[in-house]
Design a protein around this ligand. Structure first.
Ligand code: HEC
Length: 553
C-alpha cells in the first residue's frame, strides 16, 4: 500500500474501499460490531492459527497499556478477553482496529503492518479462551497436518499422538508444569474421517480388540447394569439404549431402546446399589430423572419421574451420577458454564464446576466438592467407597497447561477453578483474587496430559485380565482441540497397585484413532466392565462400541 500523505480521513476512506470492496455500499448498514460493513465481517484472517511469539509481544507493546495485560479492560476502556470483542469476527476486529475510534480514545492502527494487526487479533482470541460461542484461533485440519510434520518430538513427560503407544507408562508431576502462555494456544479441532481400511485400535500384547456394535448415533456414557446388560446414552438423540449379551462372535444378542425424549442424557446409574435395583437414574443436562426398573428390563416399565433440577445452560453439559455404597447419598457432577469465568461475578456459574450431593430422592442438595472445572466421569471404588472423578481442565494457557486429572474427591475439597490451578498456581486471568484459597487447592492423584479431555472412568473388577489389573482404573480420553499437536484419543489405564491408591502413573492402553494432526477416526468416551471381564469402550467418532478381551497370546 502507498504511504498515506493526504488528510487522514480521506486516506482512510480510500484504504477501506481498497481492502473492503463493500465498504462504500454497506457503510450505512446496521451490523453487530461498531457498524462494521458486511465485507469486513466476512474477511478471513490469513494468519489464523499461525501466531508466533510475536503476537503476544505486539499486543503487550501496543494494546496492553489501555486494555490491560490480559485484555481485562479498565474504567471505560472495554475488555477484549470478554464481551463484544469476542463475539466479533476476526474481520470485524481488523476493520475496527484499523480505523480506530479516535474521538473515543481508541487509536487507529492502520500504520501498523497488516500482519501485525492480524496477529494481535490472534492474541485477543487467546485472551478470550474458549468462552461458549466465541470464535477461536482456528487451524484448519490441513494446516494442522503440516504443524505435526514440522514439530520436534515433545519434551518428556509431555507427549502427543505420534508417541502414544499401548504399554507406555507416563507420569507428570507439578514440577513439570510450564508457565502460562509458554506456547500459543491452538484451535485444533479434528476433522472426523471414516476409519481407514487398515486402521484398528491397538492394545498391549495379550489383548485383542473386536467391534461389538456400530452404526450408533453418538454413543457416550456406557454403564453395566447389575444383571450384566449395557446401558448406553445416545446423548444427541435423547435416548438410552440397552445392549443385552455377547454372542459367540462378539456381538450383542439384543439391542433395545430403553427410553426416549430425554434432554442430552449422559449419566446412568442403578438404585439402590446391589444386585436388585428398583430404579434407573439418568442425568439429563438440566435434571436428574429416574425410571422404575427390574433386572432384565429392556424398556422402561414406566414414565420418567423428576428427581432434581441441576444447573444447565451454556458450557459443559454432561451430568454423571453415582451413589454412595450405602445408598444414602447421590452424587451428580456439573461442569462449568465457561472456560474460566469468575464464579463470584458470573451468575451462570452458580453451583457449577462442582460435584453436588443429594439424597437419592433429590432433596437436601449441597456442594460436595468445588473448583472442579468439568468432572465428566464419576466412579465409586467398591472396595474403599471413595468417589473418583475424571476432569477436564481449562484452555487457552498453552499446549502443556492445565493438566486434566483423575482423582478421588474429598468432601469439601477445593480443586482450584477458576482462580487457581494445581500446585497453588494462580490463573493469570484472575490475578490477585482469593489469596486465601491458594493453599487449599488439592493436588489430584493422577495428573494427566493437558488437553487429553478425560471422560468416563471405571474400576476394573472383572476376572478376565491378569491379576495385576485388579482394581485398576480405565479411563477414556476423548482427545484435544486446544493443542498444536494433538494428544489423547486413547483409553488409559491407571494402576492402583492393589492398594486402592494411585501413584500418579498412567499407561497408554488402547490407541490408534488418529490419522494425522488434522484428522481422526475415533474418539473414546465411555468405558465399562462386562460380566465376562472384557472391557467395552464407546467411541463417538466412529459411532461404535469396541470390546477388549485378554487372550494371553
Ligand atoms: C490509548 C488507549 C488505547 C490503546 C493503546 C488501544 N485501545 Fe482499543 N480502545 C480504547 C478505547 C478507549 C476504546 C473504546 C472506544 C469507544 O468507546 O468506542 C477501545 C476499543 C477497542 C475495541 C472495541 C471493543 C468493544 O468491545 O467495543 C477493540 C477491539 C480494541 N479497542 C482493540 C485494541 C487493540 C487490538 C489495541 C492494540 C493494537 C488497542 N485497542 C489499543 C483505547 C485504547
Amino acid at each position: 500500500m502507498k504511504r498515506i500523505t493526504r488528510n487522514f480521513a480521506g486516506a482512510l476512506g480510500i484504504y477501506l474501499m481498497v481492502f473492503f470492496p463493500g465498504f462504500a455500499a454497506s457503510q450505512a448498514q446496521e451490523t453487530s460490531f461498531h457498524n462494521a460493513p458486511a465485507s469486513a465481517k466476512e474477511m478471513k484472517n490469513p494468519y489464523a492459527g499461525q501466531q508466533g511469539a510475536s503476537s503476544k509481544a505486539t499486543y503487550h507493546l501496543r494494546c496492553a497499556r489501555c486494555h490491560g495485560e490480559n485484555g481485562e479492560g479498565s474504567g471505560n476502556i472495554p475488555a477484549l478477553a470478554t464481551g463484544k470483542a469476542q463475539s466479533a469476527t476476526d474481520g470485524e476486529l481488523f476493520w475496527y482496529i484499523t480505523k480506530g475510534d479516535v474521538n473515543n480514545g481508541m487509536p487507529s492502527w492502520q500504520t501498523l503492518p497488516r500482519a501485525q494487526r492480524w496477529q494481535i487479533i490472534n492474541y485477543v482470541r487467546v485472551l478470550g479462551g474458549s468462552k461458549p460461542g466465541s470464535p477461536r484461533v482456528a487451524t484448519t485440519p490441513d494446516e494442522a497436518v503440516a504443524v505435526a510434520v514440522n514439530a520436534p518430538p515433545p519434551k518428556a513427560p509431555f507427549t502427543d499422538y505420534r508417541f502414544e503407544k499401548p504399554g507406555v507408562v507416563r507420569k507428570i508431576t507439578l514440577n513439570d508444569l510450564p508457565a502460562p502462555f509458554a506456547t500459543n494456544s491452538a484451535g485444533n479441532s479434528p476433522k472426523l474421517v471414516p476409519r481407514p481400511q487398515k486402521a484398528w485400535p491397538q492394545v498391549p500384547s495379550g489383548f485383542k480388540v473386536e467391534l461389538y456394535a456400530t452404526g450408533l448415533k453418538e454413543p457416550r456414557l456406557i454403564r453395566t447394569a447389575p444383571n450384566g446388560d449395557f446401558f448406553v446414552a445416545e446423548s444427541k438423540s435423547g435416548e438410552i439404549l440397552v445392549f443385552h449379551g455377547i454372542t459367540a462372535d462378539g456381538k450383542p444378542e439384543r439391542t433395545e431402546t430403553f427410553a426416549t425424549g430425554l434432554n442430552r442424557p449422559f449419566g446412568i446409574n442403578f438404585y439402590p446399589p446391589g444386585p436388585n435395583p428398583q430404579w434407573v437414574y439418568v442425568g439429563n443436562t438440566g435434571s436428574v430423572v429416574r425410571f422404575p426398573y427390574q433386572n432384565g428390563d429392556l424398556k422402561a416399565r414406566g414414565p420418567a419421574e423428576h428427581i432434581a433440577d441441576v444447573p444447565a445452560g451454556d458450557g459443559h453439559w454432561t451430568r454423571d451420577i453415582q451413589f454412595s455404597l450405602d445408598g444414602k447419598k447421590m452424587f451428580v457432577s456439573v461442569g462449568s458454564a465457561s472456560n474460566v469465568d469468575d464464579s463470584d461475578t458470573t451468575p451462570a456459574e452458580k453451583n457449577r464446576a462442582d460435584v453436588l450431593e443429594f439424597n437419592p430422592d433429590g432433596s437436601e442438595m449441597r456442594i460436595y466438592a468445588y473448583g472442579i472445572r468439568n468432572c465428566v466421569g464419576l466412579a465409586v471404588n467398591s472396595k474403599t467407597g471413595e468417589l473418583w472423578c475424571s476432569v477436564n481442565e481449562r484452555d487457552a494457557l498453552g499446549d502443556n497447561l492445565v493438566p486434566d486429572y483423575i482423582t478421588h474427591v474429598q468432601d469439601g475439597g477445593f480443586y482450584g477453578w477458576p482462580w487457581w490451578y494445581m500446585g497453588g498456581h494462580q490463573d493469570p486471568r484472575h490475578k490477585g483474587k482469593h489469596p486465601e484459597l491458594k493453599d487449599k487447592v488439592i493436588t489430584p492423584d493422577v495428573i494427566l496430559h493437558p488437553h487429553n479431555a478425560s471422560l468416563e472412568l471405571t474400576f476394573y473388577d472383572g476376572k478376565q485380565f491378569p491379576a495385576e489389573y485388579q482394581g485398576d482404573i480405565f479411563a477414556a480420553e476423548h482427545g484435544s482441540w486446544n493443542r498444536s499437536v494433538r494428544v489423547g484419543y486413547e483409553l488409559i489405564r491407571v494402576p492402583l497397585h492393589q492398594t486402592g491408591h494411585a501413584s500418579g502413573e498412567y499407561e497408554d492402553f488402547m490407541t490408534g484413532f488418529v490419522v494425522d494432526n488434522g484428522h481422526v477416526w475415533g474418539r473414546p468416551v465411555g468405558v465399562t466392565v462386562a460380566p465376562d471381564g472384557s472391557l467395552l469402550v464407546t467411541d463417538d467418532g466412529s459411532k461404535s462400541i469396541w470390546r477388549i478381551s485378554y487372550t494371553g497370546k
